[in-house]
Ligand binder design. Sequence first.
Ligand code: BG6
Length: 302
Amino acid sequence: MPFSHIPGVTFSMRDAVSVIEVENDYAKAVMTAHGATVLSYCPKDKNGDLQEDLLWVSEQAVFDGKAAIRGGIPVCWPWFSGYQSEFNALLEEGAQPPAHGFVRKMSWHLENVEKLPSGVTTVLFSLSSSKETQAIWPYAFALQLQVVVGETLSLSLTTHNLNAFDLQLTEALHTYFRLPPDDTLQLDGLQGATQIETLQQNRQNLVGTPVVMQSPIDNVYLNAGPSLQASVQGEPVLQIDSSHARSCIVWNPGPETVKGFSDIENSHWKEFVCIENGNVWNNFVTVPAESKHKMQIAICKP
Ligand SMILES: O=P(O)(O)OC[C@H]1O[C@@H](O)[C@H](O)[C@@H](O)[C@@H]1O
Protein backbone atom coordinates (compact mmCIF):
# COMPACT_ATOMS: atom_id res chain seq x y z
CA MET A 1 0.00 0.00 0.00
CA PRO A 2 1.55 3.36 -0.95
CA PHE A 3 2.21 5.59 2.09
CA SER A 4 2.16 2.68 4.57
CA HIS A 5 5.86 3.39 5.24
CA ILE A 6 4.98 6.82 6.71
CA PRO A 7 5.46 6.64 10.52
CA GLY A 8 2.16 6.33 12.38
CA VAL A 9 0.09 5.60 9.28
CA THR A 10 -1.82 2.32 8.96
CA PHE A 11 -4.40 1.05 6.49
CA SER A 12 -7.26 -1.38 6.99
CA MET A 13 -10.70 -2.17 5.56
CA ARG A 14 -14.07 -1.56 7.15
CA ASP A 15 -16.59 -3.52 5.10
CA ALA A 16 -16.17 -2.11 1.57
CA VAL A 17 -14.17 1.02 2.39
CA SER A 18 -10.49 1.45 3.07
CA VAL A 19 -9.63 3.19 6.30
CA ILE A 20 -6.52 5.23 7.05
CA GLU A 21 -5.43 5.67 10.64
CA VAL A 22 -2.92 8.38 11.48
CA GLU A 23 -1.22 8.74 14.84
CA ASN A 24 1.44 11.25 15.84
CA ASP A 25 2.53 13.08 19.01
CA TYR A 26 -0.52 15.34 18.87
CA ALA A 27 -3.47 13.16 18.04
CA LYS A 28 -4.93 10.07 16.44
CA ALA A 29 -7.33 10.41 13.51
CA VAL A 30 -9.17 7.98 11.27
CA MET A 31 -10.45 8.75 7.78
CA THR A 32 -11.55 7.06 4.60
CA ALA A 33 -11.23 7.91 0.92
CA HIS A 34 -14.96 7.14 0.61
CA GLY A 35 -16.32 10.67 0.47
CA ALA A 36 -12.94 11.85 1.86
CA THR A 37 -14.69 11.48 5.20
CA VAL A 38 -12.82 12.03 8.46
CA LEU A 39 -14.25 9.57 10.99
CA SER A 40 -12.43 10.22 14.23
CA TYR A 41 -10.14 12.76 15.86
CA CYS A 42 -8.76 12.14 19.36
CA PRO A 43 -6.29 14.78 20.51
CA LYS A 44 -3.56 13.80 23.00
CA ASP A 45 -3.03 15.49 26.34
CA LYS A 46 0.32 16.79 27.64
CA ASN A 47 1.29 13.28 28.77
CA GLY A 48 0.63 11.90 25.31
CA ASP A 49 -2.54 10.10 26.41
CA LEU A 50 -5.42 9.98 23.98
CA GLN A 51 -8.44 12.06 24.90
CA GLU A 52 -12.06 11.46 23.93
CA ASP A 53 -13.06 11.55 20.30
CA LEU A 54 -14.41 14.96 19.29
CA LEU A 55 -16.34 13.35 16.42
CA TRP A 56 -19.33 11.02 16.40
CA VAL A 57 -20.07 8.19 13.96
CA SER A 58 -23.34 6.30 14.15
CA GLU A 59 -23.15 2.64 15.20
CA GLN A 60 -25.48 2.02 12.24
CA ALA A 61 -23.34 3.90 9.71
CA VAL A 62 -23.10 2.05 6.39
CA PHE A 63 -19.62 1.35 4.97
CA ASP A 64 -20.69 -0.19 1.66
CA GLY A 65 -18.71 2.26 -0.50
CA LYS A 66 -21.97 3.73 -1.85
CA ALA A 67 -23.89 5.44 0.94
CA ALA A 68 -22.72 8.64 2.61
CA ILE A 69 -21.27 7.78 6.00
CA ARG A 70 -23.51 8.85 8.89
CA GLY A 71 -21.03 10.67 11.07
CA GLY A 72 -17.55 12.14 11.08
CA ILE A 73 -17.13 14.95 8.55
CA PRO A 74 -18.92 14.27 5.24
CA VAL A 75 -18.24 16.79 2.45
CA CYS A 76 -21.37 18.43 1.01
CA TRP A 77 -20.52 19.74 -2.46
CA PRO A 78 -21.35 21.26 -5.03
CA TRP A 79 -24.66 21.88 -3.37
CA PHE A 80 -25.80 21.87 0.22
CA SER A 81 -29.24 20.40 0.93
CA GLY A 82 -31.32 20.15 -2.28
CA TYR A 83 -30.06 20.67 -5.86
CA GLN A 84 -29.90 24.38 -6.65
CA SER A 85 -31.55 24.69 -10.02
CA GLU A 86 -30.99 28.46 -10.02
CA PHE A 87 -27.20 27.88 -10.41
CA ASN A 88 -27.02 24.58 -12.17
CA ALA A 89 -27.96 22.85 -15.39
CA LEU A 90 -31.61 21.98 -15.88
CA LEU A 91 -32.38 18.49 -14.70
CA GLU A 92 -33.71 15.84 -16.99
CA GLU A 93 -37.21 14.73 -16.20
CA GLY A 94 -37.22 12.20 -13.39
CA ALA A 95 -33.66 12.98 -12.28
CA GLN A 96 -33.17 12.74 -8.52
CA PRO A 97 -30.05 14.63 -7.58
CA PRO A 98 -28.67 13.45 -4.24
CA ALA A 99 -29.12 15.61 -1.13
CA HIS A 100 -25.96 17.54 -0.14
CA GLY A 101 -24.31 16.92 -3.52
CA PHE A 102 -22.63 13.77 -4.75
CA VAL A 103 -19.01 13.79 -3.51
CA ARG A 104 -19.77 12.38 -0.05
CA LYS A 105 -20.88 9.17 -1.80
CA MET A 106 -17.88 8.80 -4.10
CA SER A 107 -14.51 7.21 -3.75
CA TRP A 108 -11.82 9.92 -3.74
CA HIS A 109 -8.20 9.37 -4.71
CA LEU A 110 -5.67 9.27 -1.88
CA GLU A 111 -3.09 11.56 -3.41
CA ASN A 112 -0.55 12.04 -0.66
CA VAL A 113 0.27 11.33 2.98
CA GLU A 114 3.17 13.11 4.62
CA LYS A 115 4.63 13.51 8.08
CA LEU A 116 6.03 17.02 8.33
CA PRO A 117 9.13 18.00 10.37
CA SER A 118 6.78 19.75 12.84
CA GLY A 119 5.31 16.32 13.68
CA VAL A 120 1.89 16.86 12.09
CA THR A 121 0.60 14.48 9.44
CA THR A 122 -1.11 15.68 6.28
CA VAL A 123 -3.41 13.61 4.10
CA LEU A 124 -4.55 14.82 0.69
CA PHE A 125 -7.62 13.45 -1.10
CA SER A 126 -8.70 14.48 -4.58
CA LEU A 127 -11.65 13.99 -6.89
CA SER A 128 -11.94 15.17 -10.48
CA SER A 129 -14.85 15.38 -12.84
CA SER A 130 -15.46 12.19 -14.80
CA LYS A 131 -18.19 10.64 -16.93
CA GLU A 132 -19.83 9.53 -13.67
CA THR A 133 -19.86 13.02 -12.11
CA GLN A 134 -20.81 14.73 -15.38
CA ALA A 135 -23.89 12.52 -15.61
CA ILE A 136 -25.06 14.19 -12.38
CA TRP A 137 -23.51 17.65 -12.76
CA PRO A 138 -22.21 18.56 -16.23
CA TYR A 139 -19.21 20.69 -15.23
CA ALA A 140 -15.44 20.19 -15.13
CA PHE A 141 -13.78 20.43 -11.74
CA ALA A 142 -10.96 19.25 -9.55
CA LEU A 143 -11.60 19.06 -5.84
CA GLN A 144 -9.06 18.56 -3.07
CA LEU A 145 -9.49 17.96 0.62
CA GLN A 146 -6.39 18.37 2.71
CA VAL A 147 -6.57 17.03 6.26
CA VAL A 148 -3.92 18.07 8.78
CA VAL A 149 -3.76 16.00 11.95
CA GLY A 150 -2.03 17.94 14.71
CA GLU A 151 -2.94 19.87 17.83
CA THR A 152 -5.90 20.91 15.75
CA LEU A 153 -7.70 18.95 13.06
CA SER A 154 -7.68 21.14 10.00
CA LEU A 155 -9.57 20.54 6.76
CA SER A 156 -9.16 22.61 3.59
CA LEU A 157 -11.54 22.07 0.71
CA THR A 158 -10.30 23.52 -2.57
CA THR A 159 -12.50 23.79 -5.64
CA HIS A 160 -10.77 24.24 -8.98
CA ASN A 161 -13.15 25.50 -11.63
CA LEU A 162 -11.85 24.00 -14.89
CA ASN A 163 -14.55 25.61 -17.03
CA ALA A 164 -14.26 28.73 -19.19
CA PHE A 165 -17.16 30.22 -17.22
CA ASP A 166 -17.87 31.00 -13.56
CA LEU A 167 -19.37 28.30 -11.31
CA GLN A 168 -21.75 28.96 -8.48
CA LEU A 169 -21.98 26.47 -5.69
CA THR A 170 -22.87 25.85 -2.08
CA GLU A 171 -20.82 23.61 0.21
CA ALA A 172 -20.34 22.47 3.78
CA LEU A 173 -18.11 20.34 5.98
CA HIS A 174 -20.90 18.54 7.81
CA THR A 175 -19.23 17.77 11.15
CA TYR A 176 -20.93 15.43 13.63
CA PHE A 177 -19.63 16.33 17.10
CA ARG A 178 -19.99 14.17 20.19
CA LEU A 179 -21.97 16.84 22.07
CA PRO A 180 -25.27 16.86 24.00
CA PRO A 181 -28.21 18.34 22.04
CA ASP A 182 -29.71 20.05 25.09
CA ASP A 183 -29.56 23.34 26.95
CA THR A 184 -26.31 22.44 28.72
CA LEU A 185 -24.63 23.20 25.37
CA GLN A 186 -24.02 26.79 24.29
CA LEU A 187 -22.46 28.06 21.08
CA ASP A 188 -20.65 31.35 21.39
CA GLY A 189 -19.52 33.21 18.27
CA LEU A 190 -22.62 33.26 16.09
CA GLN A 191 -23.57 36.70 17.38
CA GLY A 192 -24.23 39.06 14.48
CA ALA A 193 -25.19 36.23 12.10
CA THR A 194 -28.67 35.89 10.60
CA GLN A 195 -30.36 32.84 12.08
CA ILE A 196 -32.85 31.00 9.87
CA GLU A 197 -34.93 28.40 11.71
CA THR A 198 -35.88 25.98 8.96
CA LEU A 199 -38.16 24.05 11.33
CA GLN A 200 -40.13 27.27 12.02
CA GLN A 201 -41.10 28.29 8.45
CA ASN A 202 -37.65 29.86 7.98
CA ARG A 203 -38.20 32.40 10.74
CA GLN A 204 -35.29 34.84 10.68
CA ASN A 205 -33.60 36.92 13.32
CA LEU A 206 -30.23 38.41 14.13
CA VAL A 207 -28.27 36.47 16.76
CA GLY A 208 -27.55 38.66 19.78
CA THR A 209 -26.38 36.24 22.46
CA PRO A 210 -24.76 32.77 22.55
CA VAL A 211 -27.04 30.11 21.05
CA VAL A 212 -28.50 27.69 23.60
CA MET A 213 -28.95 24.23 22.11
CA GLN A 214 -32.35 22.63 21.77
CA SER A 215 -33.59 19.63 19.85
CA PRO A 216 -34.87 19.15 17.23
CA ILE A 217 -32.95 21.92 15.53
CA ASP A 218 -32.12 22.69 11.89
CA ASN A 219 -30.82 26.26 11.86
CA VAL A 220 -28.81 28.02 9.19
CA TYR A 221 -26.60 30.96 10.21
CA LEU A 222 -25.61 33.31 7.41
CA ASN A 223 -22.71 35.78 7.55
CA ALA A 224 -21.30 34.00 10.58
CA GLY A 225 -17.98 35.04 12.13
CA PRO A 226 -14.78 33.00 11.77
CA SER A 227 -14.67 31.54 15.25
CA LEU A 228 -17.07 29.54 17.40
CA GLN A 229 -16.67 28.09 20.87
CA ALA A 230 -18.90 25.41 22.35
CA SER A 231 -19.26 24.95 26.09
CA VAL A 232 -21.10 22.34 28.13
CA GLN A 233 -22.30 23.47 31.56
CA GLY A 234 -20.03 26.49 31.17
CA GLU A 235 -16.90 24.44 30.41
CA PRO A 236 -15.30 25.10 26.99
CA VAL A 237 -15.27 21.82 25.06
CA LEU A 238 -14.69 22.76 21.44
CA GLN A 239 -13.24 25.53 19.31
CA ILE A 240 -13.92 25.83 15.56
CA ASP A 241 -12.07 28.40 13.46
CA SER A 242 -12.95 28.80 9.83
CA SER A 243 -11.92 30.84 6.84
CA HIS A 244 -13.81 31.56 3.63
CA ALA A 245 -16.79 29.76 5.18
CA ARG A 246 -19.48 32.33 5.85
CA SER A 247 -22.26 30.03 6.98
CA CYS A 248 -22.84 27.65 9.82
CA ILE A 249 -25.59 25.03 10.14
CA VAL A 250 -26.63 23.48 13.43
CA TRP A 251 -28.61 20.25 13.18
CA ASN A 252 -29.97 17.53 15.42
CA PRO A 253 -33.02 15.46 14.38
CA GLY A 254 -34.50 14.95 17.86
CA PRO A 255 -36.52 11.93 19.06
CA GLU A 256 -39.21 11.97 16.33
CA THR A 257 -37.36 12.81 13.09
CA VAL A 258 -34.58 10.36 14.00
CA LYS A 259 -37.06 7.52 13.40
CA GLY A 260 -36.83 8.25 9.67
CA PHE A 261 -33.07 7.59 9.63
CA SER A 262 -32.23 3.92 9.09
CA ASP A 263 -28.58 4.61 9.92
CA ILE A 264 -29.14 6.18 13.36
CA GLU A 265 -30.37 4.08 16.28
CA ASN A 266 -33.55 5.74 17.60
CA SER A 267 -32.13 6.81 20.98
CA HIS A 268 -28.79 7.98 19.59
CA TRP A 269 -29.99 11.44 18.55
CA LYS A 270 -28.87 12.32 22.10
CA GLU A 271 -25.23 11.58 21.27
CA PHE A 272 -24.39 14.24 18.70
CA VAL A 273 -24.86 17.74 17.35
CA CYS A 274 -23.87 18.67 13.80
CA ILE A 275 -22.10 22.01 13.58
CA GLU A 276 -21.40 22.49 9.89
CA ASN A 277 -19.27 25.21 8.32
CA GLY A 278 -19.56 26.27 4.73
CA ASN A 279 -21.18 28.61 2.25
CA VAL A 280 -24.91 28.02 1.85
CA TRP A 281 -28.14 29.78 0.89
CA ASN A 282 -27.27 33.33 -0.21
CA ASN A 283 -23.70 32.90 1.05
CA PHE A 284 -23.16 30.78 -2.10
CA VAL A 285 -19.70 30.98 -3.70
CA THR A 286 -18.88 32.12 -7.22
CA VAL A 287 -15.67 30.46 -8.41
CA PRO A 288 -14.38 32.43 -11.40
CA ALA A 289 -13.56 30.62 -14.65
CA GLU A 290 -10.31 28.61 -14.49
CA SER A 291 -9.76 29.72 -10.95
CA LYS A 292 -10.04 28.26 -7.44
CA HIS A 293 -11.72 28.76 -4.09
CA LYS A 294 -10.62 27.32 -0.75
CA MET A 295 -12.59 27.04 2.48
CA GLN A 296 -11.01 25.85 5.68
CA ILE A 297 -11.88 24.74 9.21
CA ALA A 298 -9.72 23.99 12.23
CA ILE A 299 -11.16 22.09 15.18
CA CYS A 300 -9.61 21.67 18.59
CA LYS A 301 -10.34 21.04 22.23
CA PRO A 302 -9.64 24.35 24.02
O1 BG6 B 1 -29.65 12.82 5.79
P1 BG6 B 1 -28.67 13.82 5.22
O2 BG6 B 1 -28.84 14.04 3.74
O3 BG6 B 1 -27.25 13.45 5.59
O4 BG6 B 1 -28.98 15.20 5.92
C1 BG6 B 1 -28.97 15.32 7.31
C2 BG6 B 1 -29.27 16.78 7.70
O5 BG6 B 1 -28.21 17.59 7.25
C3 BG6 B 1 -28.30 18.94 7.70
O6 BG6 B 1 -27.21 19.64 7.21
C4 BG6 B 1 -29.57 19.57 7.15
O7 BG6 B 1 -29.65 20.91 7.60
C5 BG6 B 1 -30.75 18.74 7.58
O8 BG6 B 1 -31.94 19.30 7.01
C6 BG6 B 1 -30.59 17.30 7.14
O9 BG6 B 1 -31.67 16.52 7.61
